[in-house]
Design a protein around this ligand. Structure first.
Ligand code: ADP
Length: 319
């Protein structure tokens, strides 16, 4: 089919582009100096390397008072085009406007000759994705606990007309007290009014809502974040995302056909299945809203008072 061929071509192009971008990035983004002096005359000391994404490298950084932050570092040489500059400025502006316990706190932003530094609250206990890799699946009480925090953060965004558009386990981090913080506003969009639509195809394959893939003319809105909540709940309980495949175009086909199942060897409660099924509805307007998700049967189950770092290693015993 020509449409499938087109998707495959786009897919191949996207992969090559991402690879070139990453190669270019790593050649451009040298490790920042051990002492970073901002133009305003403030000194920061660089610490450990924390990780890298498609756009930035992240380091630990310490100020004169001894406070530790994460510094998302973007090489200036990689933001020469107006389009990339606008994108970075938009990420900074949107992230700066957020203020919620479950969103990575934006601290400051500054530059030296080589880099732009985005100073963020440090989340040293890795992401939900790292947790899932180690644990394989989580218990339902843990998922209720984590999702309540995540939905709290998303509610803050949506009431401020911000759509995150890249919600996934790898973008949700643990702070030192095992509270979750949503990060990476690189694909976020701020709407001028609630009825505005967005048209850019973006996101991470496993988490993309069907209307992003099919709605080139109709556009998409807040409901794409709801869809990714469904994907995350499924992934945390079953151990892998619902539309998973090695081939990205097959993932897209499965998302468009709503082709997923609950494997019999990974039992989860009927309440969990009902909730996931209601969220992963192809028609965005038929999906539950954030309050309806929290009021669902699934969230009425056992709820841990708190989560400890023990969860990073094994399933907590709630008996
Ligand atoms: P990109 O926009 O390039 O995808 P991310 O925001 O995803 O960059 O950050 C890249 C990596 O840096 C993350 O995968 C994570 O390992 C690390 N990281 C990002 N933010 C923080 C933080 N606040 N605390 C600790 N590590 C972080």
């Amino acid at each position: 089919q020509p449409q499938q061929q087109q998707l495959q071509d786009e897919n191949q192009l996207r992969k090559e582009k991402a690879k070139r971008k990453k190669e270019k990035l790593s050649s451009l983004c040298k490790t920042p100096p051990s002492l970073i002096r901002t133009r305003a005359g403030k000194d920061y000391r660089r610490g450990l390397f924390l990780g890298e994404g498609g756009f930035a490298r992240c380091f630990q950084i310490r100020d004169d008072s001894g406070a530790v932050f994460a510094a998302k570092t973007v090489a200036k040489a990689s933001i020469k085009s107006d389009k990339t500059k606008t994108k970075l400025l938009s990420e900074i502006k949107i992230h700066k406007s957020m203020n919620h316990t479950n969103i990575v706190k934006f601290i400051d932003c500054f530059e030296d000759d080589a880099n732009v530094y985005i100073l963020l609250e440090i989340c040293p206990n890795q992401s939900l994705m790292d947790l899932l890799k180690k644990r394989k699946v989580l218990t339902e009480p843990e998922v209720r606990f984590f999702m309540t925090q995540i939905i709290g953060g998303i509610k803050h965004m949506h009431t401020r007309r911000v759509i995150h558009r890249d919600l996934k386990l790898g973008n949700i981090f643990f702070d030192p007290d095992m509270n979750l913080k949503i990060g990476d506003f690189g694909l976020a969009a701020a709407l001028k009014k609630d009825t505005d639509r967005k048209y850019t195809i973006c996101g991470t394959p496993n988490y993309i809502a069907p209307e992003v893939l099919t709605g080139k003319t109709a556009g998409h809105s807040y409901e794409v974040d709801i869809w990714s909540i469904g994907v995350m709940i499924y992934a945390l309980l079953i151990g892998k995302p619902p539309f998973q495949s090695k081939d990205v175009s097959l993932i897209y086909e499965r998302i468009k056909k709503n082709d997923y199942a609950f494997p019999e060897d990974k039992p989860c409660s009927e309440a969990a299945k009902d909730l996931i099924t209601s969220i992963l509805t192809t028609d965005p307007l038929k999906r539950p809203n954030l309050d309806e998700i929290l009021e669902s049967e699934f969230f009425k189950g056992e709820f841990p008072a708190r989560i400890t770092t023990e969860s990073l290693i094994c399933a907590p015993d709630y008996r």
